[in-house]
Ligand binder design. Structure first.
Ligand code: F6P
Length: 323
Protein backbone atom coordinates (compact mmCIF):
# COMPACT_ATOMS: atom_id res chain seq x y z
CA UNK A 1 0.00 0.00 0.00
CA UNK A 2 1.43 3.38 -1.04
CA UNK A 3 -1.40 5.89 -0.98
CA UNK A 4 -4.32 6.43 1.38
CA UNK A 5 -6.86 9.23 1.82
CA UNK A 6 -8.69 10.72 4.78
CA UNK A 7 -12.01 12.57 5.02
CA UNK A 8 -14.23 14.03 7.72
CA UNK A 9 -17.96 13.64 7.37
CA UNK A 10 -21.26 14.55 9.07
CA UNK A 11 -21.39 17.03 11.94
CA UNK A 12 -17.97 18.46 12.75
CA UNK A 13 -16.56 17.58 16.17
CA UNK A 14 -13.75 19.25 18.15
CA UNK A 15 -10.67 17.05 17.67
CA UNK A 16 -11.25 16.18 14.02
CA UNK A 17 -8.23 18.27 13.01
CA UNK A 18 -6.06 16.37 15.48
CA UNK A 19 -7.32 13.09 14.01
CA UNK A 20 -6.50 14.19 10.43
CA UNK A 21 -3.05 15.26 11.62
CA UNK A 22 -2.50 11.86 13.25
CA UNK A 23 -3.54 10.02 10.08
CA UNK A 24 -1.23 12.14 7.92
CA UNK A 25 1.79 11.92 10.20
CA UNK A 26 1.40 8.21 11.01
CA UNK A 27 0.98 7.52 7.30
CA UNK A 28 4.05 9.59 6.40
CA UNK A 29 6.04 7.84 9.12
CA UNK A 30 5.14 4.49 7.53
CA UNK A 31 6.17 5.73 4.07
CA UNK A 32 2.63 6.31 2.77
CA UNK A 33 1.43 9.30 0.77
CA UNK A 34 -1.70 10.67 2.42
CA UNK A 35 -4.39 12.61 0.55
CA UNK A 36 -7.17 14.73 2.04
CA UNK A 37 -10.71 14.71 0.65
CA UNK A 38 -12.38 18.09 1.09
CA UNK A 39 -16.09 18.42 2.09
CA UNK A 40 -16.59 14.77 3.08
CA UNK A 41 -18.48 12.43 0.75
CA UNK A 42 -19.57 15.43 -1.37
CA UNK A 43 -15.92 16.14 -2.18
CA UNK A 44 -15.25 12.44 -2.77
CA UNK A 45 -17.90 12.39 -5.50
CA UNK A 46 -16.60 15.68 -6.97
CA UNK A 47 -12.96 14.47 -6.86
CA UNK A 48 -11.97 17.32 -4.54
CA UNK A 49 -8.85 15.52 -3.29
CA UNK A 50 -5.30 16.78 -2.66
CA UNK A 51 -2.01 15.58 -1.21
CA UNK A 52 -1.32 16.45 2.45
CA UNK A 53 2.23 16.77 3.74
CA UNK A 54 3.23 16.65 7.39
CA UNK A 55 3.51 20.46 7.33
CA UNK A 56 0.02 20.87 5.85
CA UNK A 57 -1.45 19.57 9.10
CA UNK A 58 0.65 21.74 11.43
CA UNK A 59 -0.84 24.45 13.68
CA UNK A 60 -4.35 23.01 13.56
CA UNK A 61 -4.64 20.80 16.58
CA UNK A 62 -6.07 23.48 18.88
CA UNK A 63 -8.80 24.43 16.39
CA UNK A 64 -12.32 23.03 16.50
CA UNK A 65 -14.11 22.07 13.29
CA UNK A 66 -12.33 20.34 10.44
CA UNK A 67 -10.00 22.12 8.04
CA UNK A 68 -10.93 19.58 5.34
CA UNK A 69 -14.57 20.61 5.66
CA UNK A 70 -17.58 18.35 6.03
CA UNK A 71 -20.90 17.89 4.26
CA UNK A 72 -23.95 15.70 4.14
CA UNK A 73 -24.35 14.28 0.59
CA UNK A 74 -27.65 12.83 -0.71
CA UNK A 75 -25.87 11.60 -3.84
CA UNK A 76 -23.63 9.37 -1.76
CA UNK A 77 -26.67 7.28 -0.79
CA UNK A 78 -26.87 6.07 -4.41
CA UNK A 79 -24.67 3.29 -5.80
CA UNK A 80 -23.72 5.55 -8.75
CA UNK A 81 -22.55 8.28 -6.36
CA UNK A 82 -20.37 5.86 -4.43
CA UNK A 83 -19.02 4.36 -7.66
CA UNK A 84 -17.94 7.84 -8.74
CA UNK A 85 -16.22 8.37 -5.40
CA UNK A 86 -14.35 5.07 -5.61
CA UNK A 87 -13.42 5.87 -9.22
CA UNK A 88 -11.94 9.23 -8.16
CA UNK A 89 -9.83 7.52 -5.49
CA UNK A 90 -8.61 4.79 -7.86
CA UNK A 91 -7.70 7.34 -10.57
CA UNK A 92 -5.29 8.91 -8.09
CA UNK A 93 -3.91 5.49 -7.11
CA UNK A 94 -5.41 5.76 -3.60
CA UNK A 95 -5.84 2.27 -2.18
CA UNK A 96 -7.71 2.87 1.08
CA UNK A 97 -9.74 5.53 2.89
CA UNK A 98 -10.01 6.68 6.52
CA UNK A 99 -13.44 8.10 7.41
CA UNK A 100 -13.58 10.29 10.52
CA UNK A 101 -17.17 10.74 11.67
CA UNK A 102 -20.25 9.48 13.46
CA UNK A 103 -23.06 7.06 12.72
CA UNK A 104 -24.14 8.32 9.29
CA UNK A 105 -20.52 8.65 8.14
CA UNK A 106 -19.68 5.11 9.26
CA UNK A 107 -22.76 3.83 7.43
CA UNK A 108 -21.26 5.46 4.31
CA UNK A 109 -17.90 3.81 5.08
CA UNK A 110 -19.64 0.44 5.39
CA UNK A 111 -21.42 0.96 2.07
CA UNK A 112 -18.05 1.64 0.37
CA UNK A 113 -16.63 -1.54 1.93
CA UNK A 114 -19.58 -3.53 0.63
CA UNK A 115 -18.59 -2.36 -2.84
CA UNK A 116 -15.10 -3.77 -2.31
CA UNK A 117 -13.22 -0.57 -1.41
CA UNK A 118 -11.06 -0.75 1.78
CA UNK A 119 -12.15 1.72 4.45
CA UNK A 120 -11.35 2.18 8.15
CA UNK A 121 -13.51 4.46 10.32
CA UNK A 122 -12.53 6.70 13.23
CA UNK A 123 -15.17 7.25 15.94
CA UNK A 124 -15.93 10.96 16.02
CA UNK A 125 -19.19 12.60 17.08
CA UNK A 126 -20.23 14.91 19.88
CA UNK A 127 -23.22 12.59 20.46
CA UNK A 128 -21.12 9.65 21.76
CA UNK A 129 -23.70 7.24 20.37
CA UNK A 130 -21.37 5.00 18.33
CA UNK A 131 -21.18 1.33 19.15
CA UNK A 132 -17.50 0.24 19.19
CA UNK A 133 -16.03 3.10 21.23
CA UNK A 134 -16.42 3.93 24.92
CA UNK A 135 -16.11 7.57 24.00
CA UNK A 136 -15.89 9.46 20.70
CA UNK A 137 -13.83 12.40 19.49
CA UNK A 138 -15.56 15.69 20.35
CA UNK A 139 -17.91 14.67 23.13
CA UNK A 140 -15.64 15.82 25.98
CA UNK A 141 -15.28 19.28 24.39
CA UNK A 142 -19.03 19.54 23.76
CA UNK A 143 -19.82 18.63 27.38
CA UNK A 144 -17.36 21.25 28.59
CA UNK A 145 -19.04 23.94 26.47
CA UNK A 146 -22.40 22.92 27.93
CA UNK A 147 -20.91 23.03 31.41
CA UNK A 148 -19.48 26.49 30.95
CA UNK A 149 -22.91 27.74 29.86
CA UNK A 150 -24.59 25.94 32.77
CA UNK A 151 -22.20 27.46 35.32
CA UNK A 152 -23.01 30.92 34.00
CA UNK A 153 -26.74 30.29 33.93
CA UNK A 154 -26.63 29.11 37.54
CA UNK A 155 -25.16 32.45 38.59
CA UNK A 156 -28.03 34.44 37.11
CA UNK A 157 -30.58 31.79 38.17
CA UNK A 158 -29.52 32.20 41.80
CA UNK A 159 -29.74 36.00 41.69
CA UNK A 160 -33.35 35.79 40.44
CA UNK A 161 -34.53 32.61 42.19
CA UNK A 162 -35.24 31.07 38.82
CA UNK A 163 -35.10 27.65 37.25
CA UNK A 164 -33.29 27.26 33.95
CA UNK A 165 -34.00 24.68 31.29
CA UNK A 166 -30.87 24.03 29.23
CA UNK A 167 -31.23 21.94 26.09
CA UNK A 168 -28.11 20.25 24.77
CA UNK A 169 -27.38 18.39 21.54
CA UNK A 170 -26.95 14.64 21.17
CA UNK A 171 -29.47 13.55 18.58
CA UNK A 172 -31.37 10.53 20.02
CA UNK A 173 -28.73 9.91 22.70
CA UNK A 174 -28.86 11.45 26.19
CA UNK A 175 -25.14 11.09 26.96
CA UNK A 176 -24.20 14.79 26.69
CA UNK A 177 -27.25 15.81 28.76
CA UNK A 178 -26.53 13.24 31.45
CA UNK A 179 -22.84 14.17 31.79
CA UNK A 180 -23.51 17.92 31.70
CA UNK A 181 -26.39 17.40 34.13
CA UNK A 182 -24.29 15.54 36.70
CA UNK A 183 -21.22 17.76 36.33
CA UNK A 184 -23.39 20.90 36.34
CA UNK A 185 -25.38 19.89 39.42
CA UNK A 186 -28.78 19.65 37.72
CA UNK A 187 -31.95 19.13 39.73
CA UNK A 188 -33.55 17.28 36.80
CA UNK A 189 -32.14 15.51 33.74
CA UNK A 190 -34.43 14.65 30.83
CA UNK A 191 -33.06 12.14 28.31
CA UNK A 192 -34.65 9.98 25.59
CA UNK A 193 -33.52 6.82 27.42
CA UNK A 194 -35.60 7.84 30.49
CA UNK A 195 -38.40 10.11 29.33
CA UNK A 196 -40.00 12.22 32.06
CA UNK A 197 -43.48 13.75 31.61
CA UNK A 198 -43.68 17.52 32.27
CA UNK A 199 -45.71 16.84 35.43
CA UNK A 200 -42.79 14.84 36.86
CA UNK A 201 -40.29 17.57 35.91
CA UNK A 202 -42.57 20.04 37.72
CA UNK A 203 -42.79 17.76 40.77
CA UNK A 204 -39.01 17.48 41.00
CA UNK A 205 -38.62 21.24 40.68
CA UNK A 206 -41.22 21.81 43.41
CA UNK A 207 -39.33 19.36 45.58
CA UNK A 208 -36.15 21.39 45.00
CA UNK A 209 -37.96 24.59 46.05
CA UNK A 210 -39.33 22.84 49.15
CA UNK A 211 -35.81 21.67 50.03
CA UNK A 212 -34.87 25.35 50.21
CA UNK A 213 -33.01 25.60 46.94
CA UNK A 214 -32.83 29.15 45.61
CA UNK A 215 -32.44 28.14 41.98
CA UNK A 216 -32.74 25.00 39.89
CA UNK A 217 -31.42 23.54 36.70
CA UNK A 218 -33.05 21.16 34.24
CA UNK A 219 -30.75 19.71 31.57
CA UNK A 220 -32.72 18.39 28.62
CA UNK A 221 -31.48 16.31 25.70
CA UNK A 222 -32.65 17.60 22.31
CA UNK A 223 -33.78 14.07 21.42
CA UNK A 224 -36.16 13.75 24.37
CA UNK A 225 -39.87 13.78 23.57
CA UNK A 226 -40.22 16.49 26.19
CA UNK A 227 -37.42 18.71 24.89
CA UNK A 228 -37.06 22.36 25.95
CA UNK A 229 -39.75 23.54 23.52
CA UNK A 230 -42.28 20.96 24.72
CA UNK A 231 -41.53 21.65 28.38
CA UNK A 232 -41.77 25.42 27.99
CA UNK A 233 -45.08 25.06 26.16
CA UNK A 234 -46.40 22.94 29.03
CA UNK A 235 -45.14 25.28 31.75
CA UNK A 236 -46.63 28.31 30.00
CA UNK A 237 -50.01 26.65 30.49
CA UNK A 238 -49.16 25.72 34.11
CA UNK A 239 -47.02 28.62 35.37
CA UNK A 240 -47.45 27.86 39.08
CA UNK A 241 -46.57 24.17 38.89
CA UNK A 242 -42.79 24.31 39.41
CA UNK A 243 -42.20 26.65 42.35
CA UNK A 244 -39.85 28.79 40.24
CA UNK A 245 -40.09 31.22 37.37
CA UNK A 246 -38.59 29.53 34.34
CA UNK A 247 -36.26 30.49 31.50
CA UNK A 248 -34.95 28.27 28.71
CA UNK A 249 -31.68 28.24 26.76
CA UNK A 250 -31.09 26.00 23.76
CA UNK A 251 -27.34 25.62 23.27
CA UNK A 252 -27.43 24.01 19.81
CA UNK A 253 -24.42 24.29 17.53
CA UNK A 254 -22.44 26.43 19.95
CA UNK A 255 -21.42 23.09 21.51
CA UNK A 256 -19.63 22.03 18.34
CA UNK A 257 -17.38 25.08 18.02
CA UNK A 258 -15.02 24.58 20.95
CA UNK A 259 -11.28 24.30 20.90
CA UNK A 260 -10.79 20.58 21.63
CA UNK A 261 -9.99 19.62 25.21
CA UNK A 262 -6.73 17.83 26.01
CA UNK A 263 -8.69 14.61 26.31
CA UNK A 264 -10.20 15.00 22.81
CA UNK A 265 -6.80 15.85 21.29
CA UNK A 266 -5.29 12.73 22.87
CA UNK A 267 -8.18 10.52 21.79
CA UNK A 268 -8.07 11.91 18.24
CA UNK A 269 -4.33 11.37 18.01
CA UNK A 270 -4.57 7.79 19.25
CA UNK A 271 -7.52 6.88 17.04
CA UNK A 272 -6.02 8.53 13.94
CA UNK A 273 -2.84 6.55 14.47
CA UNK A 274 -4.86 3.40 15.19
CA UNK A 275 -6.78 3.70 11.92
CA UNK A 276 -3.57 3.85 9.85
CA UNK A 277 -2.05 0.94 11.82
CA UNK A 278 -5.20 -1.09 11.10
CA UNK A 279 -4.82 -0.41 7.36
CA UNK A 280 -1.12 -1.35 7.51
CA UNK A 281 -2.12 -4.65 9.17
CA UNK A 282 -4.51 -5.25 6.28
CA UNK A 283 -7.64 -4.68 8.39
CA UNK A 284 -10.58 -3.12 6.54
CA UNK A 285 -14.21 -2.36 7.16
CA UNK A 286 -13.66 -1.66 10.85
CA UNK A 287 -14.25 1.25 13.19
CA UNK A 288 -11.31 2.46 15.27
CA UNK A 289 -12.45 3.26 18.78
CA UNK A 290 -11.37 3.15 22.40
CA UNK A 291 -12.33 0.46 24.90
CA UNK A 292 -10.93 0.28 28.43
CA UNK A 293 -8.32 2.88 27.41
CA UNK A 294 -7.05 0.66 24.56
CA UNK A 295 -7.41 1.42 20.86
CA UNK A 296 -9.60 -1.29 19.36
CA UNK A 297 -11.27 -2.09 16.05
CA UNK A 298 -14.83 -3.34 15.58
CA UNK A 299 -16.31 -4.57 12.27
CA UNK A 300 -18.41 -1.79 10.71
CA UNK A 301 -21.16 -4.37 10.20
CA UNK A 302 -21.52 -4.50 14.01
CA UNK A 303 -21.53 -0.70 14.31
CA UNK A 304 -23.89 0.68 11.68
CA UNK A 305 -27.60 1.02 12.30
CA UNK A 306 -27.12 0.80 16.08
CA UNK A 307 -27.00 3.37 18.86
CA UNK A 308 -24.93 2.96 22.00
CA UNK A 309 -27.02 3.34 25.15
CA UNK A 310 -26.19 5.42 28.21
CA UNK A 311 -25.33 3.91 31.59
CA UNK A 312 -28.60 4.32 33.46
CA UNK A 313 -26.85 3.96 36.82
CA UNK A 314 -25.58 7.46 36.11
CA UNK A 315 -29.17 8.62 35.70
CA UNK A 316 -29.87 7.29 39.21
CA UNK A 317 -26.72 9.06 40.43
CA UNK A 318 -27.98 12.36 38.97
CA UNK A 319 -31.19 11.89 40.97
CA UNK A 320 -29.35 11.18 44.24
CA UNK A 321 -27.09 14.22 43.77
CA UNK A 322 -30.09 16.47 43.14
CA UNK A 323 -31.50 16.07 46.67
O1 F6P B 1 -24.48 14.55 15.26
C1 F6P B 1 -23.98 15.75 15.75
C2 F6P B 1 -25.07 16.78 15.85
O2 F6P B 1 -24.50 17.99 16.35
C3 F6P B 1 -26.28 16.38 16.70
O3 F6P B 1 -26.04 16.50 18.09
C4 F6P B 1 -27.34 17.32 16.18
O4 F6P B 1 -28.62 16.81 16.39
C5 F6P B 1 -26.99 17.37 14.70
O5 F6P B 1 -25.62 17.04 14.57
C6 F6P B 1 -27.25 18.69 14.06
O6 F6P B 1 -27.02 18.54 12.69
P1 F6P B 1 -26.75 19.75 11.69
O7 F6P B 1 -25.36 20.25 11.95
O8 F6P B 1 -26.90 19.16 10.35
O9 F6P B 1 -27.76 20.81 12.01
Amino acid sequence: MKRIAVLTSGGDAPGMNAAIRAVVRTGADAGLEVFGVRRGYRGLIDGDIGYLSRRDVGGLMHLGGTFLGSARSEEFFSTEGRQRGIGNLRTLGIEALVVIGGNGSQAGAHALCEMGYPVVGVASTIDNDLVGSDTTIGVDSAINVALEAIDRLKVTAESHRRAFLVEVMGRKCGFVALMAGIAGGAEVVVIPERELPPEEVARQLREAAELGKTHALVVVAEGAKNNAEALIEHFEQHPESTGFTLRATILGHVQRGASPTASDRMLATRLGEGAVRALLRGEHCVLTGISGNRVVTTPLSEVVGKTKGVDLRLFELAGIMAR
